[in-house]
Design a protein around this ligand. Structure first.
Ligand code: 3H9
Length: 694
């Protein structure tokens, strides 16, 4: 049963009991209606308290029901709220912990609201690409005013209940026990004659509603250009302001039904569940005991090591930072300080907090100082020999049970683990640069990594606010292994007729934050060159365009050398198309007998994105990633894949695997087609009419 019903001396208490967050799925909705009716029919009941068991009042509509028959099956949430609002006996919402989305809308349908402090109050629907669809856009402005409501609806951000104490939303902020306070309140109002107040009857008062709505519209247009929901939120609020509650409500419903079908909403919901699913590892039970991590050490105080250290410090975990030379250590500390100073300047960190954070770092030159660390993250030079020295040393000094992590981005974690006598404690923690900013953390599971090590790292990732995705051991793990195929295609297309600016423009129009050539100029073309040189030795049969090597031979390493695929001016990061490079590309095509042709933007997007998809499919086949949504989370949080498309695997499903397969076969039959070896699972799923994500 998703709802409990109890009575307390003339007051009925309806308790949502649908863990984990009292989502308003069909059975919960039906249970509320049943409870209200039972209370109506019991003459001894004078008032009804509506509350939630466990860790929420309610987290809103059950998102898993969206686009299923249950979502529209009666009683819908709108019906439930109508019944609550129409109850002759007063309904009091007793709100604690979380009242979000449909949960808050339900509370707004009650006649009174009593809240505990510390509750997160939000209409976060916009973050799922929809709008509040059960009266939120109509009732919240009537409860707390147009401006505050529109801000909450368009941002989706939670506001603490105590901040809303005087907003008109709550009738009482309970200081002691919420249940007691709600019961006392219920008895008080239960003794009063009805009718009891309804939020829908309140007026929206604003000196210049039309002006404010226009202002909101302009603001949203600037920040949410690829998402339809924010504008629709404004439209729905406006409809209520202009045409009254009932018409506003009908318009809101219409917008909700349309938005819930959009690919953008589908993508955002996929990301919501993908993020949570990523933290679950199929063969590591959720109750696996974790190791205590209260002291971390980071080896290497360079850009990467410093950024990694900041993550732990920000979470209040002390870090011992090790370098081999005093000046490198000092440089590293100075960079960390500079980063925090920049945050203070932006007003996002208090000056005293800066010193507190710096005080959490213990700099050292001695491995002996690592003996108390519960977790040691190595961020030294990316070469197996260097890693060997470090891990052998760590094996000597680290305490028993300490987790030894490598930040390697390409090397074999099993080989690294084998440098120690405790491979079960070794794991990859691949942070992305800048490590203190980027959300993604690839957790690389070695063949001997213990389950509790994985469970510990996943829990810690949440603490340091990373999206952690588990990858098996392979060259490049999930993210870089896939990006390699994408870059290969980008380079082939230069040879076949495109120029860097065209490739970048096409994929940026698709929604990537930055095209492959601008990205490479930013990261440094020499980095890719070094990786390719290694590839040429390890995989001499692999067919690459040598065009990027030609560029590197001229010393054009990117922004840092004032030129790469593009030209740069001093102090200006704008990428200007380079005649020298474009001429070089055309000459290279001639030299390699590649016939240049006009390549369409559509082909550019297909070849880049399907290269990711094809490799992603192989990664799934090999079990390197355990689910397609993990791959999407890697690309959404670490590689600038457009959020509104949901990641490469969901995008492939949206296009249809039948179409993806046909395109890959087509490209495989063309020049440079040997780079396309169709992943068998694409054909298999396409034949069954299925997709990667469900
Ligand atoms: C809506 O209400 C539409 C209406 O306007 C109109 C309807 C007609 N549904 O985040 P956590 C699951 S739209 C289904 O790790 P926390 C979640 O997947 C809804 N499942 O916990 C996870 O499952 P699992 C508007 C949900 O304590 C588990 O709960 N509401 C829902 O860090 C724990 O989640 C929102 O957008 C849901 N609504 O944070 C709120 N919510 O354990 C979205 C959660 O299997 N939710 N789950 O992985 C949140 O922001 C957070 O989950 C919350 C708890 C703050 C509630």
């Amino acid at each position: 049963m998703a709802v409990d019903y109890t009575t307390h001396d003339g007051v009925a208490v309806i308790t949502l009991n649908n863990p984990p967050v009292n989502g308003l799925g069909l059975s919960t909705r039906a249970g509320i209606v049943e409870g209200i009716e039972r209370a109506q029919n019991d003459p001894a009941i004078k008032a009804i308290v509506l509350t939630g068991a466990g860790k929420a009042f309610s987290g809103g509509a059950d998102i898993t029901e969206f686009n299923t028959p249950k979502a529209t099956q009666e009683p819908t949430l709108a019906t439930v709220i109508k019944i609550v609002e129409g109850s002759a006996k007063p309904v009091i919402a007793a709100i604690h912990s979380v009242a979000m989305g449909g949960g808050l809308e339900l509370a707004l349908g009650a006649h009174y609201r009593v809240a505990a402090p510390g509750a997160q109050i939000a209409l976060p629907e916009v973050k799922l690409g929809i709008l509040p669809g059960a009266g939120g856009t109509q009732r919240l402005p009537r409860a707390i005013g147009l401006e505050a409501a529109l801000n909450m609806i368009v941002s989706g951000a939670p506001v603490m209940s105590e901040k809303l104490a005087d907003s008109g939303l709550f009738d009482e902020l309970a200081q002691g026990d919420l249940a007691e306070a709600a019961l006392a309140f219920a008895r008080k109002v239960g003794a009063k004659e009805g009718p009891h107040p309804k939020v829908r009857d309140r007026k929206i008062e604003h000196p210049n509603a039309a002006g404010f709505i226009q202002f909101a519209r302009n603001t949203v247009a600037a920040v949410a250009k690829n998402f339809p929901a924010p504008q629709k939120c404004i439209d729905a609020v406006e409809a209520g302001v202009q045409n009254g509650f009932d018409k506003g409500l009908a318009f809101e419903r219409e917008c909700f039904m349309a938005l819930v079908q959009t690919p953008e909403s589908h993508a955002l919901r996929h990301a919501f569940f993908g993020e949570r699913a990523a933290s679950k590892i199929p063969d590591v039970p959720s109750d696996t005991p974790v190791r205590d991590i209260s002291q971390v050490a980071v080896i290497g105080a360079g850009t990467m090591g410093g950024g990694i250290a900041m993550n732990f410090i920000n979470a209040g975990i002390p870090v011992t930072l090790l370098e081999t030379k005093q000046d490198a250590l000092e440089r590293g500390l100075a960079t960390i300080r500079k980063n925090y100073e920049a945050t203070v300047k932006k007003g996002k960190l208090k000056p005293e907090a800066l010193e507190q954070r710096m005080a959490l770092i213990t700099p050292t030159l001695s491995y002996d100082d690592l003996k108390n660390a519960d977790l040691i993250v190595e961020a030294v030079f990316e070469e197996l020999g260097v890693k060997e020295q470090v891990f052998k040393r760590l094996d000597e000094v680290a305490k028993k049970g300490a987790i030894l992590a490598s930040n390697t981005s390409t090397l074999d974690v099993d080989k690294i683990a084998a440098f120690t006598k405790r491979p079960q404690d070794v794991v990859g923690m691949h942070f992305f640069s800048p490590a203190n900013v980027m959300k993604l953390l690839e957790v690389v599971r070695g063949k001997e990594t213990e389950k509790d090590v994985l469970a510990t790292v996943m829990k810690l990732a949440r603490k340091i606010r990373k999206t952690a995705v588990v990858s098996g051991v392979c060259d490049g793990f999930i993210g870089n292994r896939m990006i390699e195929q994408y870059i290969r295609q980008a380079l082939f297309m230069l040879e076949e007729g495109a120029l860097p600016a065209q490739v970048d423009r096409a994929i940026e129009k698709f929604g990537f934050a930055m095209g492959p050539f601008r990205m490479s100029d930013l990261a440094g073309n020499d980095i890719g060159w070094a990786i390719r040189k290694r590839r040429y030795q390890e995989h001499p049969d692999m067919h690459y365009s040598k065009i990027a090597d030609r560029l590197c031979e001229t010393g054009r390493f990117g922004q840092k050398t004032g030129g790469g695929w593009y030209d740069y001016k001093a102090g200006d990061r704008t990428a200007y198309p380079s005649k020298v490079v474009d001429d070089m590309i055309v000459a290279f095509s001639k030299e390699t007998n590649s016939e240049r042709r006009k390549i369409s933007d559509e082909e550019i997007v297909e070849r880049l994105v399907f290269a990711l998809v094809n490799e992603g499919a192989k990664i799934l086949e090999e079990g390197i990633a355990s689910k397609a949504s993990d791959i999407d989370m890697v690309y959404l949080t670490g590689y600038g894949f457009p959020l509104y498309r949901g990641g490469p695997m969901l995008y492939a499903d949206t296009v249809g695997l039948y179409n993806v397969e046909r395109a890959i076969r087509r490209y495989a039959a063309r020049p440079n087609g040997d780079a396309w070896e169709l992943a068998p699972s694409i054909a298999e799923l396409a034949a069954k009419g299925r997709g990667f994500t469900g």
